[in-house]
Design a protein around this ligand. Structure first.
Ligand code: ZN
Length: 400
């Protein structure tokens, strides 16, 4: 099986033109450009000897001839409202190139997928959620975008081409290639990440209430300043979480609301989110206990009221160790010493597919760690190394 890197780069450039805006791409799920890109991809699949088909939620599968279960490769081709040209697209085009090279070599059969609405115009990982059974089609249909358009109405635009769902039993496993969307590989000068787990996520909404009062007349020692409570909490939280964390553990106070948010008023209330992500459920649990304890301590010391509510947690997903071993061997074969095992801090369709079959992921570097931006890019040499590693991995997985 011999991949053709030039052909892959040409396909990537052609796909980039559909919905191009400057250096970026605007192809949200079920937009005109997204649908055009899906039809373009279906044609490339047909040319490669695969049978393309759209399912009811807009996922596009390209299946090799025959009924025998085969390896599935792919990602998504929809983008953020202001997306980069590689997020999702690279994984789909790399998959297409490997499947095409396998067809030219007379086997093994390899299938390709482009999932729909990974970027969440309606939900987030919508196409793979429905395909994997995590979300029903009826539940998905009821979701709306920020403009109030229901997914049911949006997907009607593809009703003329929609067939049935592909039976997951058709596949022996799934490998998703993706850009890292973070700085780790780029900073280390490495070419490949073998993703062993996708981080889970927990989030608390915390409300500290104090006493709103005049900022000129209220002595410091008599204040119950909710904003000072947040500052005390944030500072102490970093100290408390640090010893619990790995280098891949992250936490963020991302949304803050101060009441009444006026220069001459001692803030009476702050409401903020604390979100943290890690690949181990037990660590997520310990971090939650530490976060709750710290909030209670700070509130107690400062005489502030405390209310905490939680968001539905997302569990971490461990990827398949057997597939990861093949990916690691392929990486060492193609880019010796220039790869690492790592955790994905971002969610991917692989999260959903892992419910159905052995699943693994490969990352290539993102220049400067930039993604979800028109500035998103990856060096051509890394794009080429990535498809070579994917092909080598597919060879090893299908031979095993
Ligand atoms: Zn993506």
């Amino acid at each position: 099986m011999q991949t053709d890197p030039e052909r892959m780069l040409r396909d990537l450039a052609d796909l980039r033109r559909i919905g191009a805006v400057g250096t970026g791409v605007v192809r949200p799920a079920f937009s005109e450009t997204d649908i055009a890109a899906r039809h373009w991809l279906a044609e490339r699949m047909r040319e490669a000897g695969l049978t393309p088909g759209f399912d009811p939620i807009g996922n596009l599968f390209g299946l090799p001839p025959g009924e025998a279960p085969c390896l599935l490769l792919g990602s998504h081709s929809d983008t953020q409202p202001q997306g980069g040209w590689l997020d999702g697209a690279y994984g789909v085009i790399a998959a297409l190139e490997v499947a095409r090279a396998a067809r030219e070599a007379g086997g093994p059969g390899i299938a390709v997928v482009s999932f729909q609405d990974e970027e969440g115009r309606f939900g987030g990982l919508t196409g793979s959620s429905v395909w994997s059974g995590a979300l029903s089609l009826a539940e998905a249909d009821a979701m709306t975008d920020t403009g109030g358009v229901a997914l049911a109405d949006a997907r009607a635009a593809m009703a003329d081409v929609a067939g049935g769902f592909v039976d997951p039993a058709r596949f022996t496993g799934f490998v998703e290639m993706h850009i890292e969307q973070g700085p780790v590989l780029d900073q280390a000068g490495e070419a490949i990440g073998v993703v062993e787990a996708i981080a889970g996520l927990r989030q608390l909404d915390i409300r500290l209430s104090g006493q709103q009062n005049h900022a000129g007349t209220t002595p410091m020692r008599l204040r119950r300043d909710a904003m000072q409570g947040l500052i005390g909490f944030a500072t102490r939280l970093n100290v408390v979480l640090e010893p619990l964390a790995t280098p891949a553990t992250v936490w963020t106070i991302g949304h803050v609301q101060v009441e009444p948010n006026a220069a001459s008023i001692v803030p009476g209330m702050v409401r903020f989110t604390v979100q943290w992500r890690d690949a181990e459920a037990a660590r997520l649990e310990r971090m939650e206990a530490a976060t709750r304890d710290t909030a209670a301590e700070v509130a107690g010391e400062r005489g502030l009221g405390l209310e905490i509510s939680d968001f539905p947690p997302l569990s971490p997903v461990a990827l398949d160790p057997g597939l990861c071993a093949h990916l690691a061997a392929a990486a060492e074969h193609c880019v010796p010493g220039r790869w690492r095992r790592m955790v994905s801090g971002a969610l991917h369709d692989a999260t959903n597919v892992a419910r159905l079959m052995p699943t693994a992921m490969l990352f290539v570097p993102s220049i400067g760690g930039i993604s979800h931006s028109f500035a998103e890019d990856t060096a051509e040499a890394d794009l080429i190394a990535g498809v070579e590693v994917l092909a080598e991995a597919a060879r090893r997985i299908t031979a095993a």
